[in-house]
Design a protein. Structure first.
Length: 424
């Protein structure tokens, strides 16, 4: 007998009809733990229900979710009521939850909270110990599954953003019972190689069980003791693991980690362009200011008439030289001697005229006058003292340090008063 082929749609319709006809699936009560919880923007809830060995997809539409008296999240123990049927477009069977109540936190979630509190108390999460990432890393180490989508995304994004960076993949299991030790060995190996400037440790999204290796204490301590800065990139943006808290930086996804560990060449090119423009602007202003100053200097009197400026300086120098020449001590003394001699000659002529007019004998009178003539007295060893062109008659007019001229019969001396003594 010839068999007739049916379409996938017909098959899914048939399976849905079988599910809907089974009274055991039309009204069920299930106790389980929530995993992979997501809230849609329209209010629908999508999650998985699991126990130690199995899990099943579940959905709770916005109308039923509005009556919830608690906030569902991963790790929560719940009691759900609903029915099981097939979603025809994907052929997936799932629980359509109509009621849900809180039945206590799941074992994995409790373990997560316990370890988180312990490591935080030890200081593994302290912000002060977190190291900055290098701005331009020459080598980036990636610790993840070598066959997963995460490593492909990281390689592609780093290559596009900063092609100069070398990428070293340290293969590691990221799921399952052996993943913990595999991650620890990969982190240790990367530190032993000491080639990478920064490490990305992570994987793509998954259930709390899938991500559990990144909640292991051994992995957290390996990240903490790493000498190389580590960026944790585990799961999706809403997933948080112990590794995220210990790492130097948390990225929401592996793709996000690739974007934070290297700069974007297009952004850097734009920055360089802006800096070049600023340099050109500042340099242009400096050149313009220097050119303006040069033009001002070249237009000045100094540059236009340098010979005249030199002549003026020479004239000033000659005037100063003449003044200095006139102030020479020997010339000043000669002038004063000449002045005293002229005064004496005029005095002698005056005396002679007076004597002649009075009828006295000139010779006898002259002899008498010679006795009081200052020059005759000075010839006997006496001297005249001048201070500021005035004759000094008493020591009261002198002070230590004064400059004086001592006139003698045959010349003069320029002196300085060292001390003044007044006779009793």
């Amino acid at each position: 007998m010839e068999r007739t082929a049916i379409t996938v749609s017909k098959l899914n319709q048939y399976l849905k009809a079988k599910f809907d006809a089974d009274r055991n699936l039309s009204d069920i009560l299930v106790k389980a733990e929530i995993s992979n919880f997501k809230r849609h923007s329209r209010g629908h809830l999508y999650f998985s229900l699991k126990d130690e060995t199995s899990q099943i997809a579940a959905v709770m539409f916005a109308g039923n979710a509005a009556s919830l008296r608690f906030e569902p999240k991963d790790g929560a123990k719940v009691l759900v009521e609903g029915y099981v049927t097939v979603y025809e477009p994907s052929g997936q069977y799932q629980i359509y939850v109509q009621k849900m109540t809180d039945a206590g936190k799941g074992d994995l979630y409790l373990e997560y909270e316990r370890l988180k509190a312990k490591l935080e108390a030890e200081g593994l999460f302290a912000a002060g110990r977190k190291r900055p990432l290098p701005t331009f890393p020459s080598t980036v180490g990636v610790i993840t599954s070598p066959t997963g989508a995460a490593v492909r995304d990281v390689i592609q994004i780093i290559g596009r953003r900063w092609p100069l960076t070398q990428i070293i993949v340290y293969p590691a299991l990221v799921q399952g019972p052996d993943a913990r030790d595999s991650l620890v060995k990969a982190i240790t190996r990367a530190n032993d190689d000491a080639v990478a400037d920064v490490l990305i440790v992570g994987r793509g999204g998954g259930s709390i069980e899938d991500l559990w290796p990144f909640n292991e204490e051994a992995v957290a301590r390996a990240i903490f003791t790493s000498r190389i800065p580590i960026v944790a990139a585990v799961g999706h943006e809403t997933d948080f693991t112990i590794a995220d808290f210990v790492a130097d930086l948390r990225a929401p996804t592996p793709s996000g980690a690739a974007e934070v560990v290297v700069p974007d060449r297009r952004t850097m090119a734009e920055r360089i362009t802006v800096l070049n423009r600023k340099v050109e602007y500042v340099a242009g202003k400096a050149v313009a200011a220097s050119r303006e100053r040069l033009e001002h200097l070249t237009a000045s009197y100094v540059f236009q008439n340098p010979a005249r400026l030199l002549e003026k300086a020479q004239m000033r120098l000659l005037n100063l030289s003449d003044r200095l020449d006139r102030m020479r001590p020997d010339k000043l003394l000669a002038e004063r001697r000449q002045s005293v001699s002229l005064f004496a000659d005029r005095l002698s002529q005056r005396i002679r005229a007076i004597i002649a007019a009075s009828g006295y004998q000139y010779g006898t009178t002259v002899q008498r006058l010679e006795l009081v003539n200052p020059l005759s007295i000075m010839a006997k060893g006496y001297a005249l003292v001048h201070k500021n062109n005035h004759i000094v008659k008493t020591v009261i007019d002198l002070e230590p340090g004064d400059r004086i001229d001592v006139l003698l019969a045959d010349g003069a001396a320029d002196c300085q008063v060292m001390a003044v003594r007044k006779d009793a």
